[in-house]
Design a protein around this ligand. Structure first.
Ligand SMILES: [Zn+2]
Length: 323
């Protein structure tokens, strides 16, 4: 993993790999999950093209027999070292993202949702796996950062968006500012205090005000050098500065991590809030409970509500009944 991330900046020796993975995302997603992705694809093709399978493609019966033969217990704990064949490695790959296999065609995701391989396309499975992998990294980052307000997962999408120049604020940021905004969440910013700790012969004082010990928190929130204060006032309201100064122990003030919204708000409540409405062609609301649906034609529209918090993105179906 260190080798894979070596080409990605920042690449100082002291950078946290765990934090970097949470912000940058998994660089080896496909290699890490390849056996499981391949199995999902085989099952999908065998199920959806049962009548006209491509030449040489195993059918469902063959795939199930492979699965059963590979899953006969040897009595030993399955590990990457003692695993044999793609099916066992599929099971191990699922474990990496908190998934499990109930059977050859029924998997369970990290939240306990059952996924049927014949009903969900391989592309959708890959998207779900990629989200699960990101979740693992965000959980590891929360552990790495210590007590994170009792929440076991941090949110990093806003940090990545800023670094990629996709937010309003970052569109006008210089490449150096974007770099700092990415290095901070990876704990890759080294101040004089850190240099002293590493044994370098430098003054531990802030190079701007020359009054206090130099740290990321000091520069971001405390330093009263006119240039620093002016730069701070451009991006932070006085009230936010006061909050930071009153809770300097909170790591988020120097790394930019926040609690993941999906861990704070109830996901299920979000999903069911919208409900169903029945409207006449004139736009007038009609009684859904007593309406009889005996229309010859129905047209559907898969409208989509995207959200920066990917867990909150929703698909909404609008149906038009003709006649
Ligand atoms: Zn200072």
């Amino acid at each position: 993993m260190s080798a894979l991330l070596a080409a990605i900046k920042p690449r100082q020796r002291w950078i946290s790999l765990t934090l970097q993975l949470a912000v940058k995302g998994e660089p080896a997603l496909i290699p890490a999950l390849a056996p499981a992705l391949m199995w999902a694809k085989l099952m999908w093709t065998a199920q959806t093209r049962a009548q006209w399978l491509p030449a040489g493609h195993p059918n469902l019966r063959v795939l199930l027999s492979w699965w059963e033969a590979s899953c006969r217990s040897s009595g030993k704990q399955l590990t990457w070292a003692n695993s044999t064949g793609p099916v066992q490695r599929t099971i191990l790959a699922l474990g990496r993202i908190g998934w499990a296999a109930n059977s050859a065609f029924q998997w369970v995701d990290q939240h306990g949702t059952v996924l049927h391989l014949g009903l969900i396309s391989p592309k959708q499975i890959q998207i779900k796996m990629s989200m699960a992998m990101q979740e693992v990294h965000e959980q590891n980052a929360a552990v790495h950062l210590g007590d994170f307000g009792g929440v076991n997962r941090v949110y990093t999408a806003h940090l990545k968006q800023f670094h990629d120049g996709k937010t309003k604020l970052s569109k006008n940021a210089t490449p150096w500012e974007r770099y700092v905004a990415y290095a901070a969440p990876c704990k890759a910013l080294v101040t004089r205090k850190e240099l002293c700790r590493m044994g370098y012969d430098v003054s531990p004082l802030c190079p701007m005000c020359q009054k206090c010990e130099d740290s990321v928190f000091h520069r971001a929130w405390e330093c009263d050098h006119p240039e620093v204060a002016e730069a701070r006032s451009r991006v932070a309201e006085p009230d936010l500065v006061r909050q930071a100064l009153n809770s300097s122990e909170v790591v988020a003030w120097t790394t930019g991590h926040v609690q993941h919204p999906a861990t704070i708000y109830d996901e299920a409540a979000q999903a069911t809030e919208a409900g169903v409405e029945l409207l006449a062609a004139s736009g007038q609301q009609m009684d859904l409970s007593t309406h009889v649906f005996n229309y010859p034609f129905v047209a559907t529209d898969g409208s989509h509500y995207p959200s920066d918090v990917i867990e909150w993105s929703r698909s909404g179906w609008s149906c038009v009944f003709h006649g």
